[in-house]
Design a protein around this ligand. Structure first.
Ligand SMILES: *Cc1c(COP(=O)(O)O)cnc(C)c1O
Length: 391
């Protein structure tokens, strides 16, 4: 092995040493006193991370499990849900509804663009039967940031009926601002392997008072995912079924890091890494899939005609140990995604851009600009100084 492996994918991500060491310790029993302080710390840390005073419940599953839990606990079979489909993960909402009997009203959005809140308002006005809107805060397949704050104003402001806004924050929570209470999101969920600097295997979900009121009226159709039951248990520092002890012990450490550094500082870093990646791609003369509303944890770069994105990803891994991600769905070979979430810094992104450039050139691409990496570093330094734009 000549090179270190650098995991620059939109999850899983590299892990801090504190997290890895904590997870190496021996097991504790999830129903014995030694586990209670772990859960106590985790509960407080998750509330900080989500920006909520509600309980944030850990579920033993990948992120999709929390998506399924949201749909099956907040909506009864037969109820209509508006599903925002601007990418692979948006499409998943409809697939979950189809399987569990909720009726998906699909709103297609062109890949690479964000949903228009006014279009959502019009769809809700047109169909008074719609009980919820499901959306991604960050659509990881395209790198687009949907305007969930504005969507909450639409769903919250609709008179005479309750429409719940369910937000998949899987590549947003801990990466870019998504404060649940301040933005009045009804349900926010995420997974462990994206922004949280943890291995895959845990998901997290929180509900507003309005969502809990609805939850109380819906009989969950899945035995394993019962949010009301989980809420009762977490008040006692427990989970309904065997807790993912090893991951929760790691989570306690990653949440400690979030609290020590402060979310604002982490968001500044994420913003600067995003500016850096975008500047690097632009200097190479490449187009980005997400133009205006882009996520802060990955950069989706369009491949010019004749360059196969999957070949670029393969060459970067083989020749440089840099693990990138190809596109998804119909854009599989047309896009390369450079992940910059989790425990990564400017050095990783620099390595990512350098490996990408070499792999891109080896795959038939052309880069004329001689100082791509310098331009990227300058963009990073400038963005670290200015910070992200005011909300
Ligand atoms: C990764 C991801 C998922 C899927 O999560 P799994 O952990 O693979 O189940 C869903 N939504 C978004 C936005 C994601 O980034």
């Amino acid at each position: 092995m000549l090179n270190k492996q650098r995991l620059l994918t939109p999850g899983p991500t590299p892990l801090p040493e504190e997290v890895r060491l904590a997870m190496a310790r021996d097991m504790v029993h999830h129903r014995k006193p030694a586990f209670l302080p772990v859960m106590q710390d985790v509960r407080a840390g998750l509330k900080y991370l989500f920006g909520t005073s509600q309980e944030v419940m850990p579920l033993s599953c990948s992120g999709t499990g929390a998506m399924a839990a949201a749909v099956t606990n907040l909506f009864a079979p037969g109820e209509k849900i508006l599903c925002i489909e601007g990418g692979k993960f948006g499409e998943r909402w409809g697939e979950i509804c189809d399987m569990h009997g909720q009726v998906a009203v699909r709103m297609p959005v062109e890949w690479g663009t964000a949903v228009d809140p006014e279009a959502v308002r019009a769809a809700l006005d047109a169909d008074p039967g719609i009980k919820g809107v499901c959306v991604q805060a960050s659509e990881t397949s395209t790198g687009v940031l949907h305007p969930v704050k504005e969507l909450a104003q639409v769903t919250g402001g609709i008179g005479g009926r309750d429409v719940l806004l369910v937000v998949d924050g899987i590549s947003a929570v801990g990466i870019s601002p998504c404060p649940m209470d301040e933005w009045e999101l009804d349900c926010l969920l995420t997974g462990s392997q994206k922004g949280l600097m943890l291995p895959p295997g845990l998901a997290f979900i929180a509900c507003s008072d309005k969502a809990w009121a609805k939850c109380a009226k819906v009989r969950p159709s899945n035995f394993y995912f019962q949010l009301m039951g989980e809420r009762e248990k977490i008040a006692k520092n427990q989970t309904m079924f065997t807790s993912s002890v090893g991951l929760l012990v790691g989570l306690r450490e990653s949440l400690k890091l979030f609290q020590e550094f402060g979310l604002e500082n982490l968001f500044r870093k994420q913003w600067a890494l995003t500016m850096m990646a975008r500047a690097g791609a632009a200097a190479m003369g490449l187009e980005l899939l997400a133009k205006d509303r882009f996520t802060w944890g990955l950069t989706a770069i369009r491949m010019p005609l004749g360059v196969d994105g999957s070949a670029v990803v393969k060459a970067a891994a083989n020749d440089y140990g840099v693990v990138l991600a190809a596109g998804q769905g119909h854009m599989k070979d047309q896009v390369v995604r450079l992940g910059h979430m989790g425990h990564v810094d400017f050095g990783d992104v620099l390595a990512g851009l350098a490996a990408f450039r070499a792999a891109f050139t080896a795959s038939g691409g052309f880069v004329g600009c001689p100082d791509v990496l310098e331009q990227a570093m300058n963009a990073y330094a400038k963005a670290m100084e200015s910070g992200p734009p005011a909300k």
